[in-house]
Design a protein around this ligand. Structure first.
Ligand SMILES: [Ca+2]
Ligand SMILES: [Ca+2]
Ligand SMILES: [Ca+2]
Ligand SMILES: [Ca+2]
Length: 388
């Protein structure tokens, strides 16, 4: 039950972020519930020893002795772990000499069911305990027996092992540990190096299958070369279906002082919200699709209105067809009547000027205010008289 509640909360958080990311697995290295499914295997793990300066295992800050950087005033502990425990790596050869790649490289392996999943991403928190800048502690030089690095890899259904996330020192020097997004085994100098505050990184898992094998590698040859990982998560990114383009409706004009023109959309989809816009400016709040036509209400401002649709799941958008052009016309002149009196030989005549324009604009009625025409009381009196 606890897991279900946790997953529900995470789903809500992702939803609020505007993405459709469904978490389906995690490992936070806590005593219970980690990992949430599948298996974690670490036959090369060893207990924290050497006063906390050798470790390849689950640990908490109380177990460790990390360097930090006194000059920067950095706290000598990892900051921002999820819960209290995480996986720590430090002096991962565990004191075995000589230091070789085989001795120093330690790996955690997970086996996870990914049946039916696609567009999978790995998320996780990564940190490096030693934040000394010059010279950095992590070696990437030909004179060093081994290169200090941390990486995540994966394979699907036992296929080739592929890179997922890399953290390496800069090329040919000793430095801090940097993200290596191009996987050339050199830290990327433009990136921000890892610090003792856990930072989230995301890697793409390409392909689909039934079994994902996830690898976490740490190769740290010294007691001042320190890394930590926490809260690994797998999320499935829902593909987004572009909203259908419907027609913007409501092109019309109204008389100045009137109540405006109703602007809407000829049809709509549920699961999509529709934002009315005047240029780049949002007008009002988004209207939820209903499966039929929707209205954005009467628009007073003369403008060309457009509509942008956004699908709730996935967040992709689409422009609706056309626009609604609202214009304002000036009130026509009040109708006038001219008459000729009857004589013995002829009937009198009466004619009304500007009749069509006026009533085409304001409509018929004795109370023009009720139909949106203000300041025309005289006209109505005249009209009533004339029509009577
Ligand atoms: Ca944790
Ligand atoms: Ca240490
Ligand atoms: Ca690189
Ligand atoms: Ca080293």
């Amino acid at each position: 039950m606890r897991k279900k509640i946790t997953l529900l909360i995470m789903s809500c958080l992702f939803y609020m972020n505007g993405y459709s990311q469904t978490p389906f697995w995690s490992d936070s290295f806590e005593d219970t519930g980690s990992p949430t499914s599948g298996t974690r295997s670490a036959p090369s793990a060893f207990a924290v020893n050497n006063n906390g300066s050798r470790v390849f295992n689950i640990a908490s800050n109380a177990d460790l002795s990390i360097v930090g950087d006194a000059a920067q005033g950095v706290t000598y502990s990892y900051i921002g772990a999820d819960g209290t425990k995480f996986w720590a790596g430090e002096d991962t050869d565990n004191g075995v000499t000589p230091v070789t790649i085989a001795n120093v490289l330690k790996t955690v392996t997970w086996t996870i069911d990914i049946s039916g999943k696609s567009n999978i991403k790995l998320k996780g928190l990564f940190a490096a305990g030693n934040t000394t800048n010059t010279p950095g502690a992590y070696e990437n030089t030909s004179t060093s027996a081994t290169i200090d690095y941390m990486s995540m890899q994966y394979s699907i259904n036992g296929g080739p092992i592929q890179d997922l996330l890399n953290f390496y020192p800069l090329a040919n020097v000793s430095s801090r540990l940097y993200p290596d997004a191009d996987f050339d085994k050199n830290g990327d100098p433009a990136a921000t190096p890892l610090s003792n505050t856990f930072t989230e990184f995301i890697g793409n898992i390409n392909g689909t299958g039934t079994t994902l094998t996830l690898y976490m590698n740490m190769a740290m040859s010294g007691s001042a070369e320190e890394v930590a990982v926490d809260n690994l998560r797998l999320v499935e990114i829902a593909s987004c279906v572009s909203p259908t383009a419907y027609n913007v409706t409501g092109t019309n004009s109204y008389c100045a002082g009137g109540s405006g023109v109703a602007v809407g959309l000829s049809n709509s989809e549920t699961g999509v919200t529709y934002q009315l816009k005047n240029g780049t400016t949002d007008i009002g709040t988004p209207v939820a699709g209903t499966g039929s036509s929707i209205s954005f209400g009467n628009q007073i401002t003369a403008a060309t209105y457009t509509v942008v649709a956004t699908r709730t799941v996935g967040g992709c958008t689409n422009n609706m067809n056309g626009s609604a052009i609202v214009t304002i016309t000036s009130p026509p002149a009040v109708p006038t009547v001219s008459t000729t009196p009857a004589t013995c030989s002829a009937n009198g005549t009466a004619s009304i000027a500007n009749y069509s324009a006026y009533f085409g604009c304001f409509g018929f009625g004795y109370n023009s205010t009720a139909i949106g025409c203000t300041g025309c009381t005289d006209c109505i009196d005249n009209c009533g008289y004339m029509l009577g």
